[in-house]
Design a protein around this ligand. Structure first.
Ligand SMILES: Nc1nc2c(ncn2[C@@H]2O[C@H](COP(=O)(O)OP(=O)(O)OP(=O)(O)O)[C@@H](O)[C@H]2O)c(=O)[nH]1
Ligand SMILES: [Zn+2]
Length: 376
């Protein structure tokens, strides 16, 4: 196996020997990797006998790092694993079914959730992670804090059907944390924790959100402290962290690639490189859920096709005037709606282009076959 993040640490080293605290369920090795009835139900009796499920813990250019009941192994990325359909390619968190003994890849199990985005600078989808249960949206108590970005993350997390939590880091560097908690009054359903990511006692409160057998993803801009949180929560230096440039509150990218880290008490944390350009695509439901208030107001506008600009009887503008709706929120709603529409169009064009190209190749191959049959 190449020098991977999981191979730096024995997977079940401290985990399996840790005595469960009272009330804590005793999990099997597979459950500690996030195995659930949802995946088990997808296996036939034959498969239960002849195959073994393994989880993708890290994705490298030429191989996947897998972990299963019997430990870790690397799987070279063969053509069978690199599907033309980006969404069918194994991503971090996926469960793969391998033949016992030969280790041959058989299939990818259906995902309980998946994260994807428009690849920055490219006109295609990119998978971020699969089978995540909860997401810790991480922001620091400085200029990184941004409600519009939070709404973007929430649309993504809600679309995936995952539970969102907000972690505000660097509380120790901030004299006025109230400013941040007050700004969050409009989000009563979003649990919030203020932490100093460097202190074990401070991050201990997050354990209630990182339950045994659950997969928790860390999502947030570069430099907000995701890797620091991971290290402090796990009590080990699992990920490299970097200093922040004080002048612009922006961090440097330090997390090189995505990896899934098993924690002592049976939860798994997914650390990913800073997602500066998290292009939204195919998240219509998550978007509607995040902006439910605007959707409900729009239903009360006088005109069904109201653009919520300056139309008479616009309930959305009415709510802004009365102070019930933040203008920033409406602006962000418009911006994200435009982005979603643009990315859907791009994807549709790209898919149509792929289909046309496929058709062209099939025709060329057909002509070549005909010529061969005729003996040309
Ligand atoms: N004082 C203080 N410093 C923190 C806190 N959290 C993170 N830092 C520091 O902020 C810097 C950036 O933290 P990282 O953990 O590398 O940030 P990251 O989010 O993983 O960044 P990427 O890997 O680039 O996505 C490091 O120097 C940390 O020590 C905190 O709560 N308090
Ligand atoms: Zn309106």
């Amino acid at each position: 196996m190449s020098k991977s993040l999981i191979s730096r640490r024995p997977l079940f080293g401290r985990g399996s020997s840790a005595v469960p605290t009272p009330g804590e369920r005793r999990l099997s090795a597979l459950q500690r990797l996030g195995w659930k009835p949802y995946f088990q139900q997808q296996l036939t009796l034959e498969e239960l006998n002849d195959c073994e499920p393994l989880r993708v813990m890290a994705v490298h250019r030429n191989q996947l790092d897998l972990a299963g009941e019997n430990g870790e192994r690397a799987l070279p990325l063969t053509p069978a694993l690199v599907s033309d359909d980006v969404q069918r390619r194994p991503t971090i968190g996926d469960w793969l079914l391998l033949e016992r003994g030969s280790g041959k890849f058989l299939r990818l199990l259906e995902r309980s959730s998946q994260f994807q985005r428009m690849a920055p600078g490219a006109r295609q989808l990119q998978m971020i992670a699969a089978n995540v249960d909860s997401v810790l949206i991480v922001s620091s108590c400085n200029k990184d804090f941004n409600l519009s970005r939070l709404e973007r993350y929430l649309a993504l997390v809600r679309e995936a059907g995952c539970r969102p939590y907000l972690v505000l880091t660097k509380a120790d560097l901030c004299a006025e944390t109230d400013t941040y908690t007050e700004a969050l009054h409009g989000y009563p359903d979003l649990p919030v924790a203020l932490v100093n990511s460097l202190l074990p006692d401070s991050v201990a409160q997050l354990r209630q959100w990182c339950l045994p057998g659950e997969t928790i993803a860390l999502l947030g801009s570069s430099g907000v402290g995701k890797s620091t949180l991971l290290n402090t929560l796990s009590g080990e230096q699992l990920a490299a962290t970097a200093g922040i440039r004080e002048d612009d509150s922006k961090g440097r990218h330090t997390t090189r690639h995505r990896a899934l880290y098993p924690l002592d008490w049976g939860g798994l944390l997914l650390d990913s490189p800073g997602m500066r350009e998290l292009g939204l695509v195919d998240v219509e439901q998550g978007f509607a859920a995040t902006f439910g208030d605007i959707g409900a107001l729009a239903g009360n506008c006088r005109f069904a096709d109201c653009r919520h600009d300056s139309e008479p009887g616009c309930a959305v503008q009415g709510a802004i005037e009365s102070g019930d709706l933040d203008e920033r929120r409406l602006r962000n709603w418009r911006k994200l709606e435009r982005e979603l529409a643009r990315n859907s169009r791009t994807l549709a064009e790209q898919r149509a282009g792929d289909r046309a190209l496929g058709q062209f190749y099939r025709e060329v191959q057909g002509h070549a076959r005909e010529r061969k049959l005729r003996g040309d």
